[in-house]
Ligand binder design. Structure first.
Ligand SMILES: NC(=O)c1ccc[n+]([C@@H]2O[C@H](COP(=O)([O-])OP(=O)(O)OC[C@H]3O[C@@H](n4cnc5c(N)ncnc54)[C@H](OP(=O)(O)O)[C@@H]3O)[C@@H](O)[C@H]2O)c1
Length: 286
């Protein structure tokens, strides 16, 4: 089994992936800018390293001794961080002779959608990875079930915009198992794989199912984009202002790609939204 660094391993999707890599028998390192709380959260079984992905020394120290690295980075208001982070990781991984890099991209990533800064950064990160010379696997994953909790705030469950597209919601634990298998499957090298879960639901449909179990009695509201724009203008530093470009993007652009190759190679995601929500509630009660 390998030693694998997870960059973004404290994140919403990175943390469950780190746990699945460990469950598969790998030794897992996590890079974070805040190592103390991360070490307390993960416990002694994880090797938490302090550092910024843009600090070449910290990155090289975290990568030294690893066979693989998984990138699950989000720069928030600085989407280009993903491109810069990948460029730095690819260079360091090549210099240190790592055997594989895996990368969480997105299911809407396509040159036609490069007008959106997040997609432009992901396309550039994919390009940097392909050019690195290090064996790689790119995962173009659709919406994760974990992100539904982000739509419940201050006692409200809200969809911003019409959001007409159906997404094959996937559980991060299922995805984590696919990442772990990619490190054990030579045929995964050089592949750009679509990751999609078992059920296609709009954001409103998914949020309604999630809320019915996790927040019974809570109604799901729709905030029209024009009104969200007005609220965002009143609070330009707020979360809504930061997320509004994403809501505009996902209203226009849906998932694409064929998940069959990833499913055949690495095992298909199985958890339905209902099963995942029940599992999450049971874990919270334990
Ligand atoms: N949510 C979805 O449904 C979905 C779907 C497809 C793809 N994705 C992609 O999944 C990726 C991860 O998303 P997420 O929601 O898990 O993000 P998140 O919860 O916001 O986590 C972001 C991670 O990035 C790390 N990070 C940020 N800046 C850093 C820096 N300068 N140096 C080192 N680490 C840094 C953070 O670590 P620290 O703060 O601990 O340093 C944290 O672990 C994103 O690229 C997103 O586009 C998400």
């Amino acid at each position: 089994m390998a030693t694998i660094l997870v960059v973004g391993g404290t994140g919403l999707i990175g943390a469950p992936v780190a746990r699945q890599l460990q469950a598969a028998g790998h030794a897992v390192r996590v890079l974070t800018r805040n190592p103390e709380p991360a070490q307390a959260r993960f416990g002694p079984g994880f090797d938490v390293r302090g550092g910024d992905v843009e600090d070449p020394r910290a990155l090289a120290a975290a990568l030294f001794g690893c066979e693989g690295v998984h990138l699950s980075l989000d720069g928030g208001r600085d989407p280009d961080l993903e491109r810069r982070g990948m460029t730095a990781i690819a260079r360091a991984a090549r210099d240190l002779g790592l055997s594989q890099i895996t990368y969480l991209s997105g299911a809407t990533v396509d040159p036609r959608h490069a007008w959106y800064a997040g997609t432009q950064a992901k396309l550039a990160a994919e390009e940097a990875l392909r050019a690195s010379g290090v064996p790689f696997t790119i995962f173009r994953a659709t919406f994760f079930m974990e992100s539904l909790a982000r739509y419940v705030r201050d006692g409200r469950a809200s969809v911003v915009g019409a959001q007409p597209h159906r997404w094959h919601w996937v559980a991060a634990s299922d995805f984590g198992r696919m990442v772990a298998r990619a490190f054990e499957t030579p045929a995964a090298a050089g592949q750009t794989l679509t990751v999609a879960g078992p059920e296609a639901l709009t954001l409103r449909e998914a949020l309604t199912r999630y809320v019915a179990l996790a927040h019974p009695g809570l109604a799901v509201n729709t905030l029209p984009l024009w009104l969200a724009g007005l609220f965002a203008a009143l609070s330009p530093k707020g979360e809504l202002a930061a997320r509004l470009p994403f809501f505009r993007y996902t209203e226009q652009v849906g998932e694409s790609g064929d998940p069959a190759p990833a499913n055949a190679l690495l095992g298909a995601p199985r958890l339905t939204l209902e099963a995942w929500t029940r599992q999450r509630l049971a874990e919270a009660d334990a």
